[in-house]
Design a protein around this ligand. Structure first.
Ligand SMILES: *Cc1c(COP(=O)(O)O)cnc(C)c1O
Length: 419
């Protein structure tokens, strides 16, 4: 089931703090992050798998790279899956040591490879080209390979990454040759990795992928390469709708670890959840600026648009919305919840029953912690919004809202245009 929130005097409460007070204190729109929930999600997924075998969680930080969020996960003992040098350096800044970070880039430059290698971060190689280039840059580096398992899963075609022909990974028919070549090149070969996609809700694709991996592990062993870990990527979905089922983590964990233990001698499993850890820990609060009855449709016009949360516009993702200051009140009519961006594709929610809106109401957008702030933009010259961390009824600003002046800070106007 989707996570729900406590109601106090008709107001939505987030970790003991009223949504109305949060907006009064920190402005709107604002991402509100519940610290305890991040810790709970981390412990849930780590616990589910480590009951069965040695498991390392490498939080896929592209879901949410806020430094405070990274600090929480550093304290929990998490590792990191980073997809760019920017993410690697952000995680180092947040206190992760290089040995806790794995770099999984795609189509990366020699310059970036060198920077990552010089920092002492393990590299999960995505292509034969990348392997040959890394061999010249850091010949004895610790590596693994991302393979294309030929199995994909995800909430949208845009986020399926593991299917045959995908842009990611070493194609299946080339995997064995690539490991053999890596051995000749002198790399320290540690593991094998695959990532099927993001937000899938069923266990089967993970099992199909794992069968491909365990078969490869045994073929690779015949080359005289003993791998230390299998990394099964991320992609564990969460419910975005009230009655939607959760993935059965225990079933996933017991079946996956069974396959590994029965068919290989691998002792360590790595998991790279992003969404699972942060998604339902964050709510986006956005104020109602405008209310319109367009005849065929009624609109609630908010101050957050696809500049703030792009998932509905980009993937047609469903985000549950509620009226935070009329929480649990009777719903009277159907509305489209839309934003301030000048595009008709700018929406947060279509056709939702909600209480009668007035200007100044506060809409809460659920499940905004993964691919929310981290995908936000300045489109329409709207500054990025702020973020607040709530714990035990106390709220702290963890990101100041950007200012309009900051939109211009990297721009230069050639002198001749100033006349
Ligand atoms: C994005 C990504 C993940 C995380 O996906 P989630 O759906 O957020 O769990 C894990 N591994 C890699 C390589 C990724 O690119």
């Amino acid at each position: 089931m989707m996570r729900d929130f406590e109601c106090k005097n008709g107001v939505m409460m987030i970790a003991g703090k009223s949504a109305v007070e949060l907006v009064e204190e920190f402005g709107s729109p604002i991402y509100v992050c519940d610290e305890a929930r991040i810790r709970e999600n981390y412990r849930n997924i780590h616990g589910a798998f480590s009951r069965y075998m040695d498991t390392k969680i490498h939080y896929a930080c592209k879901a949410n790279t806020s430094l405070a969020v990274l600090r929480i996960l550093e304290q929990e003992g998490s590792g990191i899956d980073a997809v760019s040098i920017g993410e690697v350096k952000t995680c180092l800044k947040a206190g992760f040591t290089p040995d806790r970070i794995m770099y999984t880039g795609v189509n990366v430059s020699d310059k970036e490879l060198k920077e990552v290698a010089d920092l002492g971060v393990m590299i999960n190689i995505d292509s034969i080209s990348e392997m040959e280039r890394l061999a010249k840059i850091s010949p004895q580096h610790e590596i693994s390979f991302r393979i294309t398992p030929g199995v994909g899963s995800g909430h949208s075609d845009k986020v399926i990454t593991g299917s045959k022909g995908a842009k990611f990974g070493i194609p299946l028919r080339e995997v064995i040759g690539t490991y053999a070549r890596a051995k000749d090149l002198g790399f320290k070969i540690k593991g094998i990795h695959a990532h099927i996609g993001s937000g899938g809700q069923s266990v089967e694709p993970f099992l199909d992928m794992m069968q491909v991996i365990v078969d490869l592990v045994n073929e690779i062993k015949e080359l005289g390469i003993d791998l230390e870990f299998i990394d099964m990527g991320g992609g564990i979905g969460v419910p975005y709708k009230p009655q939607e089922d959760e993935m059965d983590l225990n079933e996933l964990a017991s079946e996956i670890t069974d396959m590994i233990e029965q068919q290989t001698d691998i002792k360590t499993l790595i998991l790279e959840p992003g969404r699972y850890i942060v998604c339902d820990a964050v709510v986006l609060l956005t104020k109602v600026n405008d209310v319109k009855d367009a005849g065929t449709k009624k609109y609630i016009g908010c101050d957050a648009g696809f500049n703030t949360l792009i998932r509905p516009a980009f993937y047609d993702s469903f985000h549950y919305v509620a009226m935070a200051n009329k929480f649990g009140k009777a719903c009277v009519s159907r509305y489209d919840v839309v934003g301030p961006i000048c595009e008709s594709g700018d929406y947060m929610a279509h056709d939702r029953v909600l209480p009668e809106p007035v200007e100044g109401d506060i809409i809460a957008v659920y499940n905004a912690g993964a691919y929310g702030f981290s995908m936000s933009s300045n489109y329409n010259s709207r500054p990025l919004c702020g973020e607040v961390l709530v714990n035990d009824g106390k709220a702290e600003l963890i990101r100041e809202p950007e200012t309009i002046e900051e939109l211009w800070r990297h721009q230069r106007i050639p002198e001749r245009l100033m006349k």
